[in-house]
Design a protein around this ligand. Sequence first.
Ligand SMILES: [Zn+2]
Ligand SMILES: [Zn+2]
Length: 100
Amino acid sequence: MVRRVLPTLGIATVYRAIKRGLEGGTLREVPLHGEPSRYEPAGLPHHHHFNCRSCHKVFDIHACPGSRLLRALTPRGYRLESHDLVLHGQCPSCAGASAT
Ligand SMILES: [Zn+2]
Ligand SMILES: [Zn+2]
């Protein structure tokens, strides 16, 4: 995405910047199943992600199943500390395109 704005930017420079951001705590990794990880600024309010299987875009979801539900899913004796949630499917424009 950055390369579209800065076409002369080398990919090695981008990876170096990402690595620095992760080490410095200004970036966090968004691991996706079966796709390259995405990165976002650290310290955003708690949220989740929707990964479109057609266009491979990742959308922020500003909703959470909530700690009560997640605690109910946690097996007895385990201590829940954090969670990641990625929804997979189709974004509105891809869902619309396949419906026609
Ligand atoms: Zn899509
Ligand atoms: Zn959550």
